[in-house]
Design a binder for this molecule. Structure first.
Ligand SMILES: Cc1ncc(COP(=O)(O)O)c(C=O)c1O
Length: 452
């Protein structure tokens, strides 16, 4: 009994410590201090894009003020300085995920990186009849480029299925990956329901048959230290704007023994040494420079470098994942007390490893709740299928309300959301049912289908 009491006390101290540690970073985010009708702004949509700290905003502004020149093209001091800052940002990205600098290509973000790979590596190395495998959980950006490529080249596209409780079906995966499989694409953490996938197992299964693996890290790289070597990844993609950096910048990691054989995605200035006719005889810069045609997003890349500094120095030195999971736990516990609320995905898993909770109030179209939370409580949540249309079909929902957390969110904010949902049920439910002409006796399962 005594032991239990001490353990509970220790846990309590640990969690209260975690909360105070993170509160201090809110100062760095000017937007979090806005109020509407005395209601502090609550931002629960970091899964779509994160807020940006002053350190990143200042880096971007100061780069435009004092270091703005094109890169790799000028022999004067300012251009050399800008080039050095851009390449320093690449080195930071590489270090952040335990890669080498020459394995990092800057892109606009995750979607562009996946399109890049499908159009270059996929076009070159995949042949008619080859099998490619992706999961039903993919974001549409990890789905559509491969559907298009499969249709264009006559590839056989197969899917790792999702179980009704929101996990990848690993037994089915073992059957769907065969010696004919040449490529496997897997989302690390689901943006729609928050499941964190066992990518080590997926990568091992793919490598066992000689297939290359792409990991979509858009929802994992911002939340935990990633190590491409430990996982033996072939390709990793992620977006800067979801991890404190500006929009318009992302990174594509391509393993060293693959990158030199990957053709360019776009063609233009800055990539060629000697241009000849015929074209194939031209000599291009080695990767990554040879894969970045035209003026790249210079300042955005430097901003990403500043975001990585922030995460490495302040956030990843702490138990950030545990903290975010504790917010999920708090929200799930609050929502579970409301019989009208359905939570999507793997609740117990999210309590331990999540940063996203998706849910619905029975019978209520998700946008009606989101609009209410915004107007009445100044809380921003996202609704829709969250660009995961295959997953929505598999789990049979048309839309959900998604709260996605980052380290700057607090327990009090989660409590405000719980209160907002409860107040909606108490005060708005009947009105919305009448407005929308919904029959409330018909809402038992995933009623939201009706509002697709
Ligand atoms: C898992 C996942 N993959 C891909 C994307 C697309 O990222 P972007 O819009 O930055 O290209 C997102 C964005 O929400 C995502 O969450």
């Amino acid at each position: 009994m005594k032991k239990i009491a001490i353990a509970t006390l220790a846990l309590g101290l640990l969690s209260s410590n975690i909360y105070t540690e993170y509160n201090c970073y809110r100062e760095d985010f000017p937007i979090l201090h806005h109020k509407k009708d005395h209601n502090q702004f609550v931002f629960f949509d970091s899964g779509a894009t994160s807020q940006k700290p002053n350190q990143v905003i200042d880096t971007v502004c100061n780069t435009y003020r004092y270091a703005s020149a094109n890169i790799h093209r000028g022999d004067y001091g300012l251009s050399l300085k800008s080039t050095a800052l851009y390449e320093e940002a690449r080195a930071k990205v590489a270090h952040f995920i335990n890669a080498n600098e020459n394995e990092i290509v800057f892109t606009k973000g995750t979607s562009e990186s996946i399109n890049f790979l499908a159009s270059t590596w996929g076009e070159k190395f995949l042949q008619e009849g080859d099998e490619i495998v992706i999961t039903e959980m993919e974001h549409n950006s990890g789905l559509l480029p491969w559907i298009r490529l499969a249709e264009r080249k006559g590839l056989v596209l197969k899917f790792i299925e999702v179980t009704p409780d929101g996990f990848l079906d690993l037994e089915q995966m073992e059957k769907v990956i065969t010696p004919k499989t040449k490529f496997v694409g897997c989302i690390h953490t689901s943006n729609a329901i928050g499941t964190q996938n066992p990518i080590k197992r997926v990568i091992e299964a793919a490598h066992a048959v000689g297939a290359k693996v792409l990991i979509d890290g858009a929802q994992s790289v911002p939340y935990e230290k990633m190590d491409v070597r430990a996982y033996d990844m072939d390709f990793l993609v992620f977006s800067g704007h979801k991890m404190l950096a500006p929009t318009g910048i992302g990174a594509l990691y391509i393993k060293k023994d693959v990158i030199d054989s990957v053709p360019a995605y776009q063609w233009g200035g800055g990539m060629a040494d000697i241009i000849k006719v015929p074209f194939e005889d031209s000599i291009y810069h080695p990767a990554p420079e040879g894969l970045e045609a035209g003026t790249p997003p210079i300042v955005q890349a430097i901003g990403l470098g500043a975001a990585i500094d922030y995460l490495e120095e302040k956030i990843f030195t702490q138990p950030t994942k545990e903290y975010l999971a504790s917010l999920c736990d708090r929200l799930i516990t609050g929502l579970e007390k409301m019989p009208m609320v359905q939570i999507l995905g793997a609740k117990e898993h999210l309590r331990k490893e999540g940063h996203v909770v998706a849910f619905n109030i029975k019978c209520i179209p998700a946008p009606r709740l989101a609009e209410y939370l915004d107007k009445t409580f100044n809380i921003a949540v996202r609704t829709s299928k969250h660009c995961a249309h295959m997953l929505a079909r598999r789990l049979d929902y048309a839309s959900s309300v998604r709260a996605s957390f980052y380290f700057y969110n607090t327990q009090e904010e989660v409590d405000r959301l719980i209160k907002g949902v409860q107040t909606f049920i108490d005060e708005e439910f009947e009105k919305v049912i009448a407005d929308e002409k919904i029959n409330p006796t018909n809402c038992d399962s995933c009623m939201i289908r009706e509002f697709a």
